[in-house]
Design a protein around this ligand. Structure first.
Ligand code: PEP
Ligand code: MN
Length: 357
């Protein structure tokens, strides 16, 4: 349930709403939008909902009380109509620009990282990616350099000025990784690791939340809700392909998720065409597709010598290929931006399911 306050509502009137909600053992969570305050009521109201809605609706400073059947509240457009812009240093994600995040799958050495960082920066990337702790399907595969990798990332940031995004795999690692990283990445395999989500939520540091291998959009938004409700509004969603019956590609990129999410949520959405396809030659066409459907940016794996990469070489672009990709997506993004984003649809249009045939 959301309580929309009148434009002229005073602090005392807001307090009246807060105390009624707290009296019921529920939690008020506010969004101070451009004009008015919207208060989301979090918690299970159960049978009390009706009476509570009537009571709040009767207050003079309350303009309307809206019910929502969606399980995600803080992530929803109903709660937060304006787009969230996540700021990392001088970079803004979700402000209408197209953010290029690029770098190796795994940090392998200082030289490999520096060479890649210099090249992706020259091609227009504004965020450097690189895994120090790698979630590998096989325990025998390269697991990442760990702490040494984090240190190289921090050095690469010093050198290039690019903020860095890197994955944190366990709740116990969060503080440590947050000392080095500008954006904390939650990997697909950890999308529903709730203690990890709450851990990164408590840091307040921007979070790049990958979609789980079999995560529905609603489950993904509920994962975002864990971060948001832990006090961290800086969540970037990353579509990286989902598991389907198809085997020619590593995953199936769900591009429909991008405009759909822009309707359902205020959070920025980026696309990872590298893990989505697993194939180098498919990365550019899908990056172009991501720009065409209105993504806020892309996350791309790049390696100076992909054939020697210790992880995900097959899907990693060479430095020259990344420069080509960057040049290809720019005009597409400009054209889409000139058209403007679609108006937000009524919630009834955005029901789960829909016609099957
Ligand atoms: C990665 O970005 O290197 C990664 C492991 O991605 P995902 O969690 O999407 O598989
Ligand atoms: Mn990878």
């Amino acid at each position: 349930m959301f309580v929309v306050m009148a434009v002229e509502a005073t602090e005392a009137e807001l307090n009246a709403v807060r105390s009624i909600v707290l009296e019921e053992g529920l939690t008020p969570h506010e969004n101070r939008g451009g004009e008015r305050v919207v208060i989301a009521i979090l918690g299970e109201a159960g049978a009390r909902l009706e009476r509570l809605a009537d009571r709040l609706g009767a207050l003079p400073a309350v303009e309307s009380v809206t019910r929502t059947t969606r399980p995600f509240k803080l992530a929803s457009r109903e709660f937060h109509a304006e787009d969230t812009i996540v700021r990392v240093g001088d970079v803004a994600i979700g402000d209408g620009s197209f953010t290029l995040m690029a770098g190796p799958c795994a940090v392998e050495s200082r030289e490999q990282l520096f060479e890649t960082a210099d090249a992706v920066k020259a091609a227009g990337a504004t965020i450097l990616r690189g895994g120090a702790f790698k979630p590998r399907t096989s325990p025998y595969s390269f697991q990442g350099l760990g702490l040494a990798g984090l240190r190289f990332l921090a050095e690469a940031r010093e050198r290039t000025g690019l903020p860095v995004v890197t994955e944190v795999m366990e709740p116990g690692q969060v503080e440590h990784v947050a000392e080095y990283a500008d954006i904390l990445q939650i990997g697909a395999r950890n999308m529903q690791n709730y203690s990890l989500l709450m851990g990164v939520g408590r840091t307040g540091r921007p979070v790049l939340l990958k979609r789980g291998l079999s995560g529905t959009i609603e489950e993904w938004l509920m994962a975002a809700e864990y971060v948001l409700s832990s006090g961290n509004p800086n969540v970037i969603l990353c579509e990286r392909g989902i598991r389907t019956f198809e085997t020619y590609t590593r995953n199936t990129l769900d591009l429909a998720a991008v405009p759909l999410l822009h309707q359902l949520t205020h959070l920025p959405v980026v696309v990872d065409p590298s893990h989505a396809t697993g194939k180098r030659w498919l990365v550019k066409p899908l990056a172009v597709g991501a720009a065409a459907v209105g993504a806020d940016g892309i996350l791309v794996e790049v390696h100076p010598r992909p054939d020697e990469a210790l992880s995900d070489g097959e899907q990693s672009l060479t430095l020259a290929q990344f420069a080509e990709l960057a040049a290809a997506v720019r005009p597409i993004h400009e054209a889409v931006r000139a058209q403007g984003r679609a108006d937000v649809l009524a919630p009834s249009v955005l029901r789960v399911g829909g016609d099957k045939h």
